[in-house]
Design a binder for this molecule. Structure first.
Ligand code: F6R
Length: 359
């Protein structure tokens, strides 16, 4: 039930700090050691490449997963959209391992790839929110998101839970492989910081409502831009906004904008920039200047390490690959309030079902 909430989506956005704490509880022991099924870790450590396959928001979480696994396990990762992967299998490495991310565990596009992976006798892990789902039953290994039921069609807490569980698995596998970066990764501390940061964000509902009003209320188009992990989150923030508000929204790699799409920037077009990665912050600020010069209305969401006096939102700094735990929530809140202000049904957007069980 929604309890005292007006919508499931707002309830589920608000639950995210608790989900982070539950994941910390489920996957860390009393000695603050990360704990993941040893058989799974043994199977994974034999792999020379991981193939992440998912759809929609779960695909966007997989993009972040690639960064986490390559950093903490040093195993190369390929990420595929399920509906493409199923019909265009890449040449596989010698010892591939398949990881499916699916909130519902029922997505037909993902299942099709899973069935073919099993037919080829390849090892399969499913990271899902639903222990009794089809994908969970068919996989060799399952990791649960522990996010609680997600009812709103737009996925929110499953996205941040997927990133947190990916980080858990990357740390556990990296430690098993004796990768020093993984040993040094204070994930438990980071999950605590993420939960606190999320709490602050969801407590500032008036701010988000005002920002949605100022930047998105009268707009027909919106662009999200960023580099690296900020690009990954731009794709997710854009999907969130378009699927419930019906605005035309795109997520772009900040530096790619000038290779064509910048032609669409005209006075008053909202551009939302995520700037949380120190190594590329100056470059993204350059891209912000390019769109400001063409009249765009720019909203900058930065973190403390990258902040500038003119930025509208400053987030606490987490490890780069975990910043989507906070920037993702910003995207959710903007989408939520923009949609509410348009008088639309937030929980049940047109043309969409919660789980897509046809290919
Ligand atoms: C977006 C959304 C969809 C799902 C996608 C995959 O908010 O909910 O894009 O993420 O249909 O669903 P699962 O994760 O259940 O496989």
């Amino acid at each position: 039930s929604k309890g005292s909430y007006p919508t499931f989506m707002l309830k589920e956005i608000d639950e995210q700090p608790a989900v982070m704490r539950r994941i910390a509880q489920e996957y860390f022991d009393e000695e603050r050691q990360v704990t993941v099924d040893q058989d799974l870790l043994t199977a994974l450590s034999a792999a020379d490449r991981l193939y992440f396959v998912a759809a929609g928001t779960s695909y966007h979480a997989s993009l972040v997963g690639k960064r986490l696994f390559e950093k903490y396990t040093e195993i190369p990762v390929e990420v595929g959209v399920a509906s493409e992967f199923g019909y265009h299998w890449p040449l596989l490495s010698k010892r591939p391992f398949f990881v499916f991310l699916s909130q519902s565990g029922e997505t037909a596009d993902s299942r099709q790839v899973l069935v073919e992976a099993k037919r080829r006798h390849l090892p399969v892990l499913v990271i899902t929110n639903s222990a009794n789902s089809t994908l969970a039953r068919e996989a060799d290994y399952t990791l649960l998101l522990h996010a609680g039921p997600e009812i709103a069609v737009a996925s929110t807490k499953a996205y941040t839970a997927q990133i947190a569980v990916e980080a858990v698995l990357a740390k556990a596998l990296g430690e098993k492989l004796a990768i020093q970066t993984a040993v040094d990764f204070d994930l438990l501390g980071q999950l605590g910081l993420a939960a606190n940061g999320m709490e602050t964000l969801v407590a500032e509902k008036d701010t988000w409502s005002e920002l949605a009003h100022d930047y998105l209320q009268t707009a027909n188009d919106a662009f999200y831009i960023g580099r690296g992990v900020d690009y990954d989150v731009s794709l997710e923030a854009a999907l969130k906004l378009k699927e419930i508000s019906y605005m035309h929204t795109e997520g772009f790699a900040a530096g790619e904008l000038k290779h064509g799409t910048i032609a669409l920037i005209e006075p008053g077009v909202p551009v939302i920039a995520f700037i949380t990665e120190q190594a590329t912050a100056a470059h993204t600020r350059g891209n912000v200047q390019e769109v400001v010069a063409r009249g765009a209305k720019v909203l900058v969401i930065a973190n403390q390490d990258c902040q500038d006096a003119a930025d509208q939102i400053i987030l606490p700094t987490l490890t780069t690959e975990l910043m989507p735990l906070l920037t993702g929530v910003c995207g959710q809140l903007l989408a939520y309030y923009a949609t509410l202000q348009r008088g639309l049904n937030v929980d049940q957007p047109r043309n969409l079902a919660k789980s897509v069980t046809v290919e």
